[in-house]
Design a protein around this ligand. Structure first.
Ligand code: FES
Ligand code: FES
Length: 133
């Protein structure tokens, strides 16, 4: 019943402030259908784990269910583990039919992209610091 649950009660829909230094934003599109997913993570930098996750999906029901499931899955995970999640795990959990596989791919791409954004940001340091260096 997991799939029905995530279709009807998507978890963690919304946004995080994308300029916060501890927030990573992933924005990805599915070439197969043009649907778009935004996924944001907040990272606890002491433990390097994900403390909060929000998503918005401008896409089909399977994409919404995939991102909802993903948000529950990655909360509390280390960045390394979250970056290793495969769309096939999501598709299996949600019983997605083959034609809907790309919807779960969107969720995998989105979490990878959010992690990358966070890492780029934290390597660069706060924007105001760079100016006078
Ligand atoms: Fe309910 Fe797969 S067991 S959708
Ligand atoms: Fe494209 Fe689902 S049909 S994301």
């Amino acid at each position: 019943m997991r799939r029905i649950y995530h279709y009807n009660n998507p978890r963690n829909v919304g946004s995080l402030p994308k300029n916060d230094m501890d927030v990573g934003t992933g924005l990805v599109g599915a070439p197969a259908c043009g649907d778009v997913m935004k996924l944001q993570i907040r990272v606890d930098k002491d433990t390097n784990t994900i403390s909060e996750v929000k998503f918005k999906t401008f896409g089909c029901g399977s994409a919404i269910a995939s991102s909802s499931y993903l948000t529950e899955l990655v909360r509390g995970m280390s960045l390394e583990d979250a970056g290793r999640i495969k769309n096939t795990e999501i598709a299996k959990e949600l019983c997605l039919p083959p034609v809907k596989l790309h919807c779960s791919m969107l969720a995998e791409d989105a979490i990878k992209s959010a992690i990358k954004d966070y890492q780029t940001k934290s390597n660069r340091g706060p924007p105001t610091l760079g100016k006078n260096l």
